[in-house]
Ligand binder design. Sequence first.
Ligand SMILES: Cc1cc2nc3c(=O)[nH]c(=O)nc-3n(C[C@H](O)[C@H](O)[C@H](O)COP(=O)(O)OP(=O)(O)OC[C@H]3O[C@@H](n4cnc5c(N)ncnc54)[C@H](O)[C@@H]3O)c2cc1C
Length: 716
Amino acid sequence: MTEKTCPVAELIQKLEQTLASGQLHDAKNYRRSEEILALLNDVAWGRAGREHVPAIRQLAEEMRREDAADAGEKTGGHILNCLEEAAEIFQSHIDTHNCATGECVRLAPAPCQMTCPAGIDVPTYVSLIGEGRDAEAIEVIRQDNPFPWVCGLVCTRPCEFMCVRGRIDTPVSIKFLKAFAAERALSWGQYKNPPKAPDKEQSVCIIGAGPGGMSAAYYLALKGYRVRVIEAQPNAGGMILLGIPRYRLPREVIDREVAMLQDLGVEFAFNTRLGSDVTLDDLRQEGFDAFLLAIGAHKAYTLGIPGENDFPQVLDAVGFLREVALGNRAVPGKKVVVIGGGNVAIDAARTSLRLGAESVVLAYRRTRHEMPADEEEVEQAEEEGVEMRFLTIPEAIVGQDGHFEGLRCLRAELVAQEGSDRMRPVPVKGSEFVMEADALIPAIGQQVDTAGVKDLPGLDWTRRSTIHTNMVSMETSLPGVFAVGDAVTGPATVIEAIGAGKRAAEGIDRYFHGIPQPKLPPVPVRRGRIDCKRLTANQKMTARRPEMPLLNIDRRRTTFQQVELGYAETDVRDEAGRCLRCDICLRCGKCVEICRDKMGVNALEMGYFDFDHPVETDFRMTAERCILCGACAANCPTGAMRIEDCDGERVLSLCGTVLNHEALTECALCGKQMEPFRYLEYVRKRTRGIGPLVDNRPVCDACGRTAAARTMQPEQ
Ligand SMILES: Cc1cc2nc3c(=O)[nH]c(=O)nc-3n(C[C@H](O)[C@H](O)[C@H](O)COP(=O)(O)OP(=O)(O)OC[C@H]3O[C@@H](n4cnc5c(N)ncnc54)[C@H](O)[C@@H]3O)c2cc1C
């Protein structure tokens, strides 16, 4: 079985084949298989309860026991094996109505949720925000991510890259909606911790107060464990505090979300470094039962060029940003050169400007197109005055007698590499030039600082010097020792560390209970089912993602005030309304097919359904052609497309967006409500005028019959 196949869907298919093949000639076995199939379909369609799996098991056991000369024994055995091997997946279909592969169509999570490393139920919280239910939205988010405000400001937002709305115009601004809701819930005193489970005996020590360690701390504390976080620095936050500058993520945001953990009883021991201040053995002796290594990746890579270690003016980016975060705001130099093309380089460049550098040049080996930094961050850096020099390769530090002068570089050209999409920069001979500078900040990546942990006996490391773990349970090679975040993946993102922290909390809980660790990663859980907002097709199509208001440029160059000022409330509510509700509409395309191929109407222009045959999407077009027959709704597997008669109208809607509506007609004779005029016309055309008319006026079937019968009465 591959990871991409849903065992529930696979078993249904297999059983259908067995039933059709005639291999089950024993009547009892045949009936049992039919019953199992019905129960499995309940599981696949989200109708199953706790009794379903035991009932399937019992029937399968009966089949296996039955001494019939057919395939019953084999089939029963196969079903039992499936239930055993994929117990968790069956359970997730039943408990959370979730099929991670999407094969059980009604239970497929939306792409935004599937792609989120923490599996947050995006459509549910976005819908809640759309309704002004910010505190409830935060409750939904915190079931998978304890830091919605932090992530609302700095998440790399993989959800937005997968957002289906992006195929129509631009993705929903999911990240900023989250920041708005978190800020609102906190300022209105509605940002609350959920209730904790009763206290448990065991205690966990977490090493590192970054997002990975703190996320695990939060979920472990909720499960009732005593949790202590030891942290080498004087404050909690890890790279979100020590790396990400304050103009992107104000300190208050971190402090307020960390305070929520302290409210839950999580203890913090600051200025305590594992390896120098305390050892794992000390902590074991103190009585901790499990450990989580969440030490991040804080050691900068060096350029490996001559002169790099000879001048104090050569700073490493993470060290420089850490000093600034801890309050040392000395300007690195009048002329600063930063080397690198990622977010860390951009942060170092923009921070240098704010500290008072007169010129900041960012030198990168490739072109703008290849820069890994966030596009918006690059644009903001340029607006603030950071100069970009592309195709520039550092060759040596230039200086004499301890006096730093700058950086000798070579021009580069990009050449294609075999087996890679990425172009390789190659130095151009004789193109040397010197960039004068007072300070040089290489920002070319980080690795795990292994000091104090590398020699833990029995702890396995990867070739990249990251901690080797099982990526589902986050267990290391040492029993009772788990690891998460950048220390495992190498430098990555906040949301990845948070997702891993939550998995580790689950892994540690299972370890304490002696429950085997899961084999497959957890499926994202649907946290609610919120009704769709009623909007007109015009509203849905014309709404545009709002521009983010930014701090004025002079203040941006001189202060660490937050640059992105946040959306106004009306923009937030409207923006949430742009969501296409992919938790309900799975874009299977059945509605489009039926309307076009079976009805011959072709009223649904939904190009975003189909990557391979892109046509434009326009919900407004439907009203021009649709006859309100309801074939699309009748064939929609998830109830996304609906047709309803209300207030004298027939309304067709897709996830709340009204695609078409028309008044119902009345029978000219008895006044009974009938189909809309357009539909009746369509039927009359298709039946070549057989539809009931009296005096050229439409009448209902009953009146039509009566009128026809009267015309047939024998003459007196
Ligand atoms: C400048 C910069 C900007 C970034 N911007 C973004 C961004 O915009 N969006 C995004 O998603 N990601 C961003 N990242 C990446 C993100 O910050 C990290 O991926 C994330 O913080 C990793 O979390 P973590 O918990 O694994 O480790 P960290 O956040 O690094 O936390 C590890 C903690 O462990 C402590 N520690 C280390 N060793 C020990 C020890 N021996 N004993 C005790 N404590 C120890 C450290 O002091 C630190 O507090 C950025 C990173 C940098 C450097």
